[in-house]
Design a binder for this molecule. Structure first.
Ligand code: AHR
Length: 502
């Protein structure tokens, strides 16, 4: 099979906001406890944070981490997680039917963010609480001192404010599973009032209002329109979530799911423009895709705990999807979509980061390792920074349930002008045929291939485990060459690749 691509230096989509390579950590399962925090672990630092996990996170160079939820935040009292640890209450977490010790709260999370070199994105509880809690939390986190909440922060050991700029106004408020679920108008009013109060404190905050939990919701896309009609002047982003699954074991349909993602982004981008026009506004609102990942492998095993048959355990193994090689392709495709839609998607968070539907897994007292999907996320985060190119791709295709003529070859391209490097991320969706791809490089200086990474495996279900951590891992590719303004590369059947040219 042959495919051709045209990449022109001046034919661009947008400068990519680095924050599309963000991540998400929730008080859920073993994400926090036994994930980032395990005081008895041999690698733990003085704060009880696992050094081996911090290293894997640091290597990803994640620009932002969203915290503390997720469904968890909708009944969370942030005050439970401050002050002396032995005085912090254990609470029942209604979202995941577990107990929360509150051993980790905003101070510990902030310190960990500093260790791994990332920025905090905090969510306020608009489920069981509202404006008052949000303004207090904001004052605690961002006010220098001389007020009740800021002085309490200082008393609790943190003198300087953290100056968190990104704040989520609740989580998935369209979902009936959410504590304090609301209809679009109710939520829109509450979010607008909360945003107004938060902006009275600091007009420069970046506020993120809840869009739909997924594009199959009955309220979608009216939810976005109604919520934005209430909040358009007060927010900067609307949050979308989407999880990907291959329950039918149909790889062709699974790997076409990013068309559904594309339509979701396109629809919400249009809704934003509709409300903007209606309000005669000059402001722009963008998309924060702050939960995305593959999520289905662990569904069955989680049922007992989620149905309440396990009592109220603390940090049980929940949502522990073990990712396979097929998921590498899916995650590569999702990231390609975000790069191509970097004109409207300015923040995105892989959900989640450790143990819970995550690229990083840990064993209590044992190793931490990279799951298969760690790698496409790693390559995009490290090398997908710069300007997204508007590529013309010509590839044979197949009909899937999500779109006719789904191209076998999916590709995104990023031009990093500072480094003078072009990076291409390519996926071959064909299960039996290799693809010979020629990329015509137009308007760029002559260059050569400086890096070529390939992920391929003869078993789509191959996984990495604590004992075999590198069963699915990238290897250096060979054969890609840039000559006479043409980059040629061969993609084996079902493969993910990154090729860089300078
Ligand atoms: O990431 C797991 C859960 O998925 C989050 O808590 C929720 O926001 C979404 O439904």
């Amino acid at each position: 099979m042959k495919a051709s691509v045209v990449a022109h230096k001046d034919f661009t989509v947008s400068k990519i906001d680095d924050r599309v390579y963000g991540a998400f950590l929730e008080h859920l399962g073993r994400a926090i406890y036994e994930g980032i925090y395990e005081p008895d672990h041999p690698s733990a630092d003085k704060d009880g944070m696992r050094g081996d996990v911090a290293k894997l996170v640091k290597d990803l160079n994640i620009p932002v981490v969203r915290y503390p939820g997720g469904n968890f935040v909708s009944a969370y009292n942030w005050e439970d997680g401050i002050g002396p640890r032995d005085k912090r209450p254990t609470r029942l977490d209604l979202a995941w039917h577990t107990s929360e010790s509150n051993a980790v709260g905003v101070h510990e999370f902030a310190d960990w963010c500093a260790t791994v070199g990332t920025e905090m994105m905090l969510a306020v509880n608009l489920g069981s609480r509202g404006v008052d809690e949000a303004r207090n939390f904001l004052e605690y986190v961002n006010h220098p001192g001389g007020s009740y909440w800021s002085d309490l922060r200082i008393k609790n050991g943190r003198k300087a404010p953290w100056n968190v700029r990104m704040w989520c106004l609740g989580n998935e408020m369209d979902g009936p599973w959410q504590v304090g679920h609301k209809d679009a108008a109710e939520y829109g009013k509450l979010a607008a009032n909360t945003a107004r109060a938060m902006r009275m404190f600091d007009s420069k905050l970046e506020l993120i209002v809840c869009g739909s939990s997924n594009s199959d919701m009955a309220s979608y896309p009216d939810w976005e329109r109604i919520v934005l009609e209430h909040t358009y002047d007060h927010v900067d982003h609307i949050s979308l979530h989407m999880y990907f699954a291959n329950r039918e074991k149909n790889t062709a349909n699974y790997l076409a799911l990013n068309h559904k993602l594309d339509r979701y982004i396109e629809t919400v981008a249009s809704t934003i423009l509709q409300v903007k026009a209606k309000r005669k506004s000059r402001r722009d609102v963008y998309i924060s895709f702050d939960e995305w990942n593959v999520w289905y492998h662990s569904n069955k095993q989680d049922r007992a705990i989620l149905d309440g048959n396990g009592g109220w355990p603390h940090a049980p193994g929940l949502l522990e999807d073990i990712y396979n090689f097929e998921d590498v392709l899916m995650v590569g495709l999702i990231l390609n979509t975000f790069i191509r839609r970097s004109d409207v998607v300015k923040i995105a968070c892989i959900a989640q980061l450790v143990n819970v539907i995550a690229p990083i897994m840990t064993e209590k007292g044992g190793p931490a390792w990279a799951q298969t999907i760690y790698y496409p996320y790693y390559f995009a985060s490290i090398h997908g920074r710069g300007t997204a190119l508007n590529l013309i791709v010509n590839s044979p295709g197949y009909d899937s349930v999500h779109q006719d003529n789904t191209p076998y070859v999916d590709v995104s391209g990023v031009h990093n002008e500072e480094e003078g490097v072009l990076s291409f991320f390519l996926v071959n969706r064909h299960g039996t045929e290799a693809a010979d791809v020629e990329v015509s490089l137009q308007g760029f200086a002559e260059g050569q291939v400086i890096d070529h990474q390939v992920m391929v495996h003869d078993n789509l279900e191959a996984v990495n485990t604590a004992r075999n951590q590198t069963e699915v891992a990238p290897r250096k590719g060979s054969g890609a060459k840039a000559e006479g303004g043409v980059l040629s590369v061969r993609l084996p059947a079902y493969s993910y690749q990154m090729v860089r040219v300078r």
